[in-house]
Design a binder for this molecule. Structure first.
Ligand code: XMP
Length: 319
């Protein structure tokens, strides 16, 4: 596509002009945006870029490994992988307030990132995969009052603290354009086509207290849900699909036994930019299949419900 080929060339020239001989540090979140930004910047300035992946342990099943493999093996881009699961889980212990969870994760992320940046000898620029909707939505909700709905953890905070100039080559792009650019840069389709994933990860898909045990339950259920969506050929028709592990237990029956376990909510929406969204209208048989598999295969879940709320008035994530 000539547009993206053109955009790539222009941005590479811009990045070179902005950075000169300076050093750039880029935080990878595990998602598509930061990966595309990093690969583009690497193409522009090569070894002047250092990538840091602060792994909060709140990723989906096998996701952290995929990021590390993609960068180290596929692109041969040096990557510092910080495994901080314990630190994040202990910091989240006992916390149930959505904004406090988000703020803790954002701050811990910045602290760890800054420590790594210092270890590699500092840098002159900070690269981020900020998209156009991130810029808008962290300021105000379109059409609504000018209040913060959620503190997105990928914008703000870091730049002021680290006193570094920003390199944000995706700032004018929407998600579909970032994917196109990713393809243009040769990222694997399975990675580029991946549904968006929020910076705070599974922590905001576990209303109430986040524990390692609950993360593991959610990871298993979420993987089954996505496996069924892929098997049904629906993955690319959906903007985002994920499971939410609720802090509610209900009574059920398995064989001759009474169960008293957690409720899991399934969410799937269509959208073009995440700012508004419609519920994906699964067939009843599909939802039935997913519910049966999850209750049978995931210990700790005995009831599955489907979220039928569009955005607005709901948001896509539950916290
Ligand atoms: P909401 O829940 O606000 O989500 O309707 C809109 C889109 O943004 C994603 N999201 C985030 N992305 N950092 C991110 O990078 C965050 O803190 C964050 N919170 C929500 C969400 O998954 C959806 O695609």
């Amino acid at each position: 596509d000539w547009t993206m080929a053109e955009f790539r060339k222009t941005k590479i020239a811009e990045i070179r002009a902005q950075v000169g001989k300076g050093r750039v540090i880029c935080g990878l979140s595990g998602g598509v945006d930061s990966a595309v930004a990093a690969v583009l910047i690497h193409e522009a300035i090569g070894e002047q870029l250092t990538c840091v992946f602060v792994d909060h342990g709140l990723m989906r099943l096998n996701e952290a490994e995929q990021v590390v493999t993609l960068f180290r093996d596929h692109y041969n881009i040096p990557l510092v992988h910080v495994n901080a699961e314990e630190m994040f889980l202990s910091g989240l212990a006992g916390e149930t307030d959505p904004e406090k969870k988000r703020k803790f994760i954002g701050k811990a992320f910045i602290d760890l990132f800054e420590a790594e940046a210092n270890k590699v000898g500092g840098a002159d620029f900070l690269a981020q995969g900020t998209l156009y909707p991130d810029v808008i939505e962290s300021v105000s909700f379109t059409g609504g009052p000018s209040v913060t709905i959620k503190s997105h953890h990928n914008v703000g905070g870091l730049p002021e603290r680290m006193n570094m100039a920003l390199v944000e080559p995706l700032r004018e792009l929407f998600k579909d354009e970032v994917r196109e650019l990713g393809r243009e840069l040769g990222l694997p389709e399975a990675f580029v086509g991946r549904h968006p994933f929020p910076g705070p990860g599974l922590a905001i898909r576990i209303p109430g207290e986040v524990t390692k045990e609950r993360c593991d339950i959610l990871r298993k259920a979420d993987a089954i849900y996505l496996e069924e969506i892929r098997a049904a050929g629906l993955y690319d028709a959906i903007w985002q699909a994920f499971a939410v592990l609720l802090p509610v237990r209900t009574v059920g029956v398995m064989g001759d036994y009474r169960t008293y376990d957690s409720v899991l909510a399934l969410r799937a929406v269509t959208s073009t930019d995440g700012m508004t969204a419609d519920v994906y209208p699964f067939e009843a048989a599909f939802l039935g299949r997913v519910a049966t598999r999850i209750v049978n295969e995931v210990k700790g879940v005995n009831r599955v419900v489907y979220d039928y709320t569009s955005k607005p008035p709901g948001t896509i994530e539950w916290e």
